[in-house]
Design a protein around this ligand. Sequence first.
Ligand code: SF4
Ligand code: SF4
Length: 136
Amino acid sequence: MFGKGLATGLKITLKRMLQPNITEFYPDVKADLPKTVRSSMGLEPEKCISCNLCAMACPNKVIELTSEKDENNKKVLKTYNMDVGRCLFCGLCTEACPTKALKVTQEYENAVYHPEHMQWDMIKRAKEVSRKEEKE
Ligand code: SF4
Ligand code: SF4
């Protein structure tokens, strides 16, 4: 029938016009994400005991860390890096962590121009997060 497509299109338009507005005003207003979203990783370095269990649990070899011994022969975290471009956000590393120092988070503004910027220095990132939280 002539004009059937136009009528269907107008019907859909009219129906949407009468429904509530679902436009999100990102970036002015941050998205309200479902609880199940996993999009980033966060480390609390002061909780980390350098046991390496997270690195051993990771199926993609994303995590590399180094430590040194202090005067009491206790391990102290020195570097903690993640090749996050290979991370699945599966959370196996967080399940293995005995001190809950490592978490899967919902931070999603992680876009970068260069692949090398997906090598995350987690200690540096943790400092940036706490600085940001202090400002807020
Ligand atoms: S979330 Fe999964 S893939 Fe990512 S670092 Fe942890 S264990 Fe590895
Ligand atoms: S498993 Fe947890 S405590 Fe152990 S090295 Fe990884 S982040 Fe640190």
